[in-house]
Design a protein around this ligand. Structure first.
Ligand SMILES: Cc1ncc(C[n+]2csc(CCOP(=O)(O)OP(=O)(O)O)c2C)c(N)n1
Ligand SMILES: [Mg+2]
Length: 693
């Protein structure tokens, strides 16, 4: 599917040297990058290009040289300093300048700008303004290649600053462990913004620092284009023969300020280079000299420069005149618009536990689609995430069901990389709390990538995470965080509360073309219920768990169990609660809830999360606005106490909202006296739930 103009189908000359025709092709790419960036510099002060530009003048040879030798169709990933990579991979300037001027003609329709520009159809899959963030995506893309038994490499470009990020080491570790063909290209200018490496790094060189990893390593001069080409070729050869990651560590000198069009040698953080250094470290001058040595005339070079300049000027003019995205474009490209998978049940059902419903859903989807795989920390061990991944490794093998290192960010990035490479990963976490370590990937990448790609990328990725409770789970093993995840655009957040939903919504989540986070309450795992195995979905629709006329109780996750118990108690007094299970937190379809609140004229939101800035506030606001005249009193909310979850049971029981708090709130809302609860046996899962955890 690649249309990469720069792909080199040419084999190297027999002695490994670059012949004249290849040199001229390389020169054209090099000069395209240089002249495009010089043009940006000149035009930037006109204030029409409203995007931060991280220019890479002096750095061009690295992307140009490496991309030149990548096989056609190979995927690449980059950073915010990505103009060279974009132009080397695409060879085109129309869409490039369209994006820089923020126009609808850009590959991201102006939603990406310079820092996030990419062109997946040319093999540049994603770039990112957050340092190190695309590194695990490349690992995921390489995992997808290995999964499909392809030996194609994936290249990721990053600066010397990125090797200080944990995600670099996590990604390298996993790539080495799995022997993935990832080419890690470190573009080293010794600076991260204005701070030199010796003030940031506790190691002498990257080569020494990675010495213990099972990968190929080579360092070189990134200003020397033919040297870069040769080194990249050597590295790809080694990776082809001995399947392992490769690290290409290339030094270079960048002449301009960190961001923007100016020189800043007088700013005090670095010295002005000498004329000799400038000559030696400028890849264009250096390559021109080499070409002269090969007998290329200055007229030939001038002709190439002129033709490149014509291309750039034309593209800039067109981009300046191109339209901006229309207002409708603001809200497009968040979701893949295809409807969520839905299949009606057959009416036949059998009793299953919530945990078995989960494992069966995974099994069915893995059977149905070979691109589905399930992975995560401890997924295939003997406990199998409380049995929810039972049987998968036996049935599908370790290619499709495997454990991971403790690397939440990198593994989430890898899942994303695999998803945008056409696989359907299901990434499992034994606690929601640990997802916070993956928040960079979730909030900065999974949530944004489709939008910034102008709708080109889709992310069929499922993240399953367990909500812990009881037995001293306390502050760091008990979060649910649906409000936080739902706050991020582009991510579906689903909270099944019955075995049927655990089954049907998991199957639908795996079939969804959008990223879905499934939050599963640990106590629900033992709940048994009828499951119709034919039913898939629906994601995005709440369910009435109990019909009633007096008060609408809208519940999430475990709060459905508490609400049902409350309804049994109140029914004895003739009070009928209508209980609605939200099921899908985002995107929220509130129609059923609003209809119910209009009918009962009272609404209580019982959310399994904190109240402050929480989902319950969102729902209360919506119901209040939609049912303003119909409500007999303000919407009420129940949620966690505004403290971290305590360990000791007496305090923990006060922390969580419960059937009792629902009953007391309902009584107050309905103007009833307090029911005597002394004869009631409240279902306490605590009594059934035995440690050690
Ligand atoms: C995770 C993260 N932290 C901080 C920043 C702010 N920042 C932007 S660029 C940069 C320096 C990165 O240096 P390097 O990786 O060497 O790339 P270079 O700019 O030299 O190309 C920093 C710290 C960021 N974008 N992302
Ligand atoms: Mg740097």
């Amino acid at each position: 599917m690649t249309i990469r103009a720069s792909a080199s189908a040419r084999p190297p000359a027999p002695n490994g040297a670059i012949d004249k025709a290849e040199s001229l092709a390389l020169f054209r790419k090099l000069i395209l990058v240089r002249q495009a960036e010089e043009a940006i510099r000149r035009d930037y002060f006109n204030d029409e290009m409203k995007t931060p530009v991280h220019l890479g003048i002096g750095q061009e040879a690295i992307a140009v040289g490496v991309c030149h030798v990548l096989p056609a169709g190979a995927k690449t990933f980059g950073t915010y300093r990505n103009h060279a990579l974009y132009l080397a991979m695409t060879g085109e300037t129309d869409r490039f300048f369209g994006e820089l001027y923020g126009k609808a003609t850009g590959p991201g329709k102006g939603k990406a700008g310079s820092m996030h520009i990419a062109s997946p159809e040319h093999g540049l899959i994603a770039t990112s303004a957050v340092v190190g963030t695309t590194i695990p995506l490349a690992v995921g893309a390489a995992l997808a290649n290995q999964y499909r038994q392809s030996s194609e490499p994936v290249a990721v470009f990053f600066g010397d600053g990125a090797v200080e990020e944990g995600v670099f080491w996590e990604s390298l570790n996993f790539a080495c462990l799995k022997k993935l063909r990832v080419l890690f290209v470190c573009e080293d200018n010794d600076l991260a913004i204005h701070t030199p490496a010796d003030q940031r790094q506790g190691f002498k060189s990257l080569g020494e620092a990675v010495a213990g990893f099972d990968c190929h390593v080579e360092s070189g001069d990134g200003s020397d284009l033919s040297g870069v080409v040769a080194a990249a070729r050597r590295m790809l050869d080694r990776m082809e023969k001995d399947s392992k990651p490769g690290i290409l560590h290339l030094t270079y000198f960048r002449s301009l300020e960190h961001v923007g069009p100016r020189e800043d040698f007088d700013a005090g953080y670095r010295r002005r280079p000498t004329a000799e250094e400038l000559e030696r470290l400028d890849p264009v001058r250096r390559f021109e000299q080499e070409l002269a040595g090969q007998g290329v005339s200055s007229q030939e070079l001038a002709a190439i420069k002129q033709s490149v300049d014509d291309q750039i000027q034309r593209s800039m003019r067109d981009a300046q005149e191109a339209p901006f995205a229309t207002a409708e474009e603001l809200r497009t490209d968040v979701w893949v618009d295809s409807p969520s998978a839905v299949r009606a049940g057959s009416g036949k059902s059998s009793k299953l536990s919530f945990r078995r419903a989960l494992s069966l859903a995974l099994e069915k989807e893995m059977e149905a689609d070979p691109s589905v795989f399930v992975f995560g920390l401890d997924v295939p061990d003997h406990k199998r995430i409380y049995g929810s991944t039972e049987g998968l490794v036996e049935k599908f093998g370790s290619r499709r069901c495997f454990g991971t290192p403790l690397s939440e960010e990198a593994m989430t990035g890898a899942a994303l990389g695999a998803a945008i490479s056409g696989l359907r990963p299901v990434h499992v976490h034994i606690r929601v709390d640990f997802l916070l370590l993956a928040m960079n990937q979730i909030a900065n990448m999974i949530s944004t990538l489709r939008y910034m790609s102008g709708g080109r990328l889709k992310i069929p990725l499922v993240i399953r995470a367990v909500i812990g409770r009881g037995w001293g789970q306390s502050a760091q093993h008990s979060k649910s965080l649906q409000s936080i995840f739902a706050h991020l655009p582009g991510i579906k957040v689903v909270m099944p509360s019955s075995p049927q939903d655990a089954y049907s919504l998991t199957r639908a989540a795996i079939r969804d073309e959008n990223p879905v986070i499934l939050l599963e309450h640990r106590w629900l795992y033992d709940v048994e219920g009828d499951v119709d195995e034919s039913q898939i979905g629906p994601i995005g629709v709440p369910a009435i768990r109990r019909a009633g006329k007096d008060l609408t109780v809208v519940a999430t996750s475990w709060m459905n169990v508490e609400a049902m118990k409350a309804s049994e108690v109140l029914a004895k007094r003739g009070i009928e609660l209508e209980i609605i299970d939200v099921r899908t937190i985002a995107p929220l379809d509130d129609a059923l809830i609003i209809e119910s609140a209009r009918k009962t004229k009272r609404c209580l939101v019982a959310d399994y999360d904190w109240e402050f800035c929480g989902f319950s506030a969102e729902l209360a606001a919506r119901v209040s606005a939609a049912c303003f005249g119909a409500l007999k009193q303000p919407v009420e909310r129940l949620g966690f106490a505004p403290v971290p979850c305590p360990t000791t049971r007496p305090l923990e029981n006060l922390f969580y909202p419960s059937a009792v708090s629902i009953i007391r709130t309902a009584e107050r809302m309905l103007g009833l006296s307090e029911t005597n609860l002394s004869g009631e046996s409240f279902y306490s899962h605590e009594q059934r739930f035995k440690g050690p955890f």
